[in-house]
Design a protein. Structure first.
Length: 259
């Protein structure tokens, strides 16, 4: 009878045992660092290995901090979702915006980058030269969950109306190049790199106007990331920033990406 009674334990005891096992198994997921394929800062080299200025910077910071992490490249929307839902997940290079402030731990700034509206050299009935004029007349391609999408929505642009959301800047070049949309928003460095490797690079996209102030691009982390990891990386990256090492790495990759 005693053996049989063990098969009928109260539900709360079964729940507690399962919770303890689950808590032990999932207590500390391995450290991930997620980003997108956006050269020259983050991309896959010919062997498929993550490379780029910010990838190299992070690898050095991890090694000097005595840490290891899997660096993973996904479409930006997936990386952005993972960094908000999976503890011990880092994300780079994430623009620091008011709408995002409380969603992440902001570990260290990696660089500042100005975004611009670009258009293909096709005839248009008129040439909009202000943000309001573009909003009132045209369709703009943005990368899903990118900072430009967030900023444009703040200024009254709406998905499915003025905004066409896609997976990559490469997709935006294609849509603007074939006339499906009027504008896209990106940085000059990224445009140069992307255009050099696409069929639409020969179109010589016209820079129209800047989108707000330069973005501050960060290494950020899920709010439940181990604070020891955060502080180690923050201290290491601050030292690299103050010594000029981060900027030297960035300039080296920028020079190698130039046509």
């Amino acid at each position: 009878m005693k053996a049989a009674s063990g098969l009928h334990r109260p539900r709360w005891m079964v729940w507690l045992a399962c919770s303890l096992i689950a808590g032990h198994v999932g207590a500390a997921p391995p450290l991930w660092a997620v980003t997108e394929d956006r050269p020259p800062d983050n991309y896959r080299d010919p062997s498929g290995r993550p490379a780029g200025a910010h990838v190299e910077t992070l690898r050095l910071a991890l090694a000097r901090s005595g840490l290891t992490a899997d660096i993973l490249l996904f479409p930006w929307a997936r990386s952005y979702t993972l960094a908000q839902t999976r503890p011990n997940t880092l994300i780079f290079s994430l623009a620091r915006l008011p709408e995002r402030e409380r969603r992440f731990i902001w570990v260290a700034e990696l660089k500042r980058q100005q975004a611009y509206f670009y258009r293909a050299p096709f005839p248009m009935p008129f040439q909009p030269r202000t943000l309001a004029a573009i909003r009132d007349c045209c369709r703009v391609c943005v990368v899903n969950q990118d900072a430009t999408e967030t900023v444009l929505r703040r200024h009254g642009f709406r998905n499915g109306q003025q905004l066409v959301s896609v997976n990559s800047v490469h997709d935006c070049l294609r849509l603007v190049g074939d006339g499906s949309v009027n504008f896209f928003v990106t940085s000059p460095a990224l445009l140069d790199t992307e255009a050099a490797h696409t069929l639409h690079g020969r179109l010589h996209f016209e820079q129209v106007l800047p989108l707000g102030e330069p973005n501050r691009l960060y290494l950020a982390a899920h709010p439940q990331t181990d604070p020891v990891i955060v502080e180690k990386l923050r201290a290491t990256l601050e030292t690299m920033q103050m010594s000029g090492e981060i900027e030297r790495i960035r300039q080296r990759y920028q020079s190698s990406a130039a046509p």
